[in-house]
Design a protein around this ligand. Structure first.
Ligand code: NAD
Length: 437
C-alpha cells in the first residue's frame, strides 16, 4: 500500500521505517527541516536500536521518502498515519494538541479521494470525535475523508520490535469500512497473532492513557513502599521479587528507583488528570496527582541523600553521574530524572561530570552547563561520589577495581537498584541503593 506518516519523531520515524520494511511505499511528512533532511539522507536524528539501519535501507531502495508538503501527501496515498507530538501544554497540565489540529487542517483540504486518516498520537479523550468532524468539514469529499484512532504502545529502546510485533492493536473506528482497512493494513501482524480490539474513538483514546496511568501507578506504588523500606531497614528489591511472584501482580514495572520520566508517562498522566477535570469527574483521577508527587519526590530524595552522604554540603564536591537518558537504549532526555538530578546537584554547588553511552549530546542541548565525559571512568575520575542513574548494561559490567583506581572517594548511590551492592561494599565502598539494605 502507499501510505503517509505525518510527523516523523520517535513514533513516526519508527512507524515509517517499519511499514517500509513490511513492503509498503511510505511518504513521511515532517515540518522540521533539519529532521526531514537527516531522515531523507538515511540518518535518524535520535538513537533507537536498529532504526537507522532499517531507515537507511528503505531510503536507499526508494520505498521511503520524506516531504513537508501536505498536498503531496494527499496525492501520494489514501491511508495517512498521524504521529505528531502532543506535549504537555505550556499553560497547564493538559496536552497541547495544536500539532494534531495543524496536521488535520493542512491535510484535509487536499483530500480529494476517499481516505482514512489514522491517529496514532496520544490525545485527550474526545479529540478524535472533534477531529473527525473537522476532517469531513474541510475535505472536498466530506465524510469520505474518515478518521480512525489507533493508539501506539511502542517502548523506546524496543520500538521496531514493538511496531512489527505489537502485543495488541486497538482500532477506534466509526465504520466497518475503516475497520476493514485497518485489518487489511495490519494483516501480517494479525496473522502472526497480535490481538485486535475494535472499539469506538473514546475507548481507543482512553486505552492508551489508562495503560500509561496504570504503569505509572505501579512504579510509584513500589517507590512509595521503598520509602517505608528506607525507614524500617527492609529491602525493596526482595519485597518486589516476592510480591512479583503473584501472577495477579507481576514483577515488571516494580523496580524502585529514581522514578519514571521520558516523553510519555509524565505528560500523559497529567493530561489524563486534567481531562478528567474538564469532564467534571476530577475525583476519578485525582490519585494521579499523588502518583506524580511520589515520582517527583524520588528525584528530590536522591539530591538530599547525595548531600547527606557527602557530609551535608554539595559545595565544590565532585560527583560522577552515570546516565542521563530517561531509560537505557535511548538518547531521549525528555523529563529525564537522571538529567534532572545531575542538573540540580550542579545548581546547588557540586561539580558534576555526566557520562551516558548515547544521550550525551541530547543532554548537553538541554543542560549545556554540566560537564560531559566520554566514558564512565572519565566521569568517575576524581569523584567523591558516584551516582548510577540510568541502567545501561555497561555500568553493571565495569570492573569495580578500575573505578576505585580513578575516584577520590568510595561512595556510590545506585538510583536504579541494579548494581551488586555486596561486591562494591566488599571492595571498600559505601554503596547504597534506594530502599535497599
Ligand atoms: N515516543 C514514544 O515512545 C511514544 C510511544 C507511544 C506514543 N507516543 C505518542 O506519539 C506522539 C508522538 O510522539 P514522539 O515521541 O514521536 O514526538 P516527537 O516530538 O518526537 O515527534 C513529533 C514530530 O512531529 C513533527 N510535526 C509536528 N507537526 C507536524 C505537522 N503538522 N506535519 C508534519 N510533522 C509535524 C515534529 O516536528 C516532530 O518531529 C505523541 O502523542 C506521543 O505521546 C510516543
Amino acid at each position: 500500500m502507499r501510505i503517509t506518516v505525518i510527523g516523523c519523531g520517535y513514533l513516526g520515524a519508527t512507524h515509517a521505517a517499519s511499514m517500509a520494511e513490511l513492503g509498503h511505499e511510505v511518504l513521511g511528512v515532517e515540518t522540521d527541516p533539519a529532521k526531514r533532511a537527516a531522515l531523507a539522507a538515511g540518518t535518524v536524528p535520535f538513537y533507537e536500536p536498529g532504526l537507522e539501519e532499517l531507515l537507511s535501507r528503505h531510503v536507499a531502495s526508494g520505498r521511503l521518502r520524506f516531504t513537508d508538503s501536505a498536498a503531496e501527501a494527499a496525492a501520494f496515498g489514501d491511508l495517512h498515519f498521524l504521529c505528531v507530538g502532543t506535549p504537555q501544554s505550556s499553560s497547564g497540565l493538559g496536552a497541547d494538541v495544536s500539532q494534531v489540529d495543524a496536521a488535520i487542517e493542512s491535510l484535509a483540504p487536499h483530500l480529494t479521494r476517499p481516505s482514512l486518516v489514522v491517529g496514532k498520537s496520544t490525545v485527550p479523550v474526545g479529540t478524535a470525535a472533534r477531529l473527525a468532524t473537522r476532517l469531513a468539514d474541510l475535505s472536498p469529499v466530506g465524510g469520505e475523508a474518515e478518521l480512525a484512532w489507533n493508539p501506539e504502545f511502542l517502548r523506546e529502546g524496543f520500538a521496531i520490535k514493538d511496531t512489527l510485533e505489537p502485543d495488541r492493536l486497538v482500532f477506534g473506528v466509526a465504520s466497518d469500512a475503516a475497520e476493514k482497512r485497518l485489518r487489511d493494513f495490519y494483516a501480517p501482524m494479525i496473522k502472526a497473532g497480535s490481538p485486535v480490539v475494535v472499539t469506538d474513538f473514546a475507548t481507543a483514546e482512553l486505552v492508551k492513557v489508562s495503560a500509561n496511568a496504570f504503569l505509572a501507578t505501579k512504579i510509584s506504588f513500589i517507590n512509595a513502599v521503598s520509602e517505608i523500606c528506607e525507614v524500617t531497614g527492609a529491602d525493596v528489591v526482595d519485597l518486589a521479587d516476592a510480591i512479583g511472584h503473584d501472577a495477579r501482580i507481576g514483577r515488571r514495572f516494580l523496580n524502585a528507583g529514581i522514578g519514571f520520566g521520558g516523553g510519555c508517562l509524565p505528560k500523559d498522566i497529567r493530561a489524563f488528570l486534567h481531562r478528567a477535570g474538564e469532564l467534571g469527574v476530577d475525583d476519578a483521577m485525582s490519585f494521579l496527582r499523588e502518583i506524580d508527587d511520589i515520582n517527583q519526590r524520588r528525584r528530590e530524595y536522591v539530591v538530599t541523600l547525595t548531600r547527606s552522604m557527602l557530609g551535608g554540603s554539595l559545595i565544590d564536591r565532585r560527583i560522577g553521574v552515570w546516565g542521563a537518558a530517561f531509560k537505557p537504549d535511548s538518547d531521549d532526555v525528555r523529563d529525564s530524572p537522571a538529567l534532572w538530578i545531575a542538573g540540580q546537584l550542579q545548581l546547588r554547588g557540586a561539580q558534576v561530570s555526566v557520562y551516558d553511552p548515547r544521550a550525551g549530546e541530547s543532554a548537553a542541548r538541554v543542560f549545556p552547563t554540566l560537564t560531559y565525559a566520554d566514558s564512565a571512568l572519565e566521569a568517575a575520575t576524581g569523584a567523591d561520589l558516584i551516582l548510577h542513574l540510568t541502567e545501561w548494561p555497561e555500568f553493571r559490567e565495569l570492573p569495580i577495581a578500575s573505578v576505585s583506581d580513578v575516584t577520590t572517594g568510595r561512595m556510590l548511590l545506585d538510583g536504579r537498584n541494579v548494581l551488586d551492592l555486596g561486591a562494591w561494599r566488599d571492595a571498600g565502598w559505601d554503596a547504597r541503593g534506594l530502599g535497599r539494605r
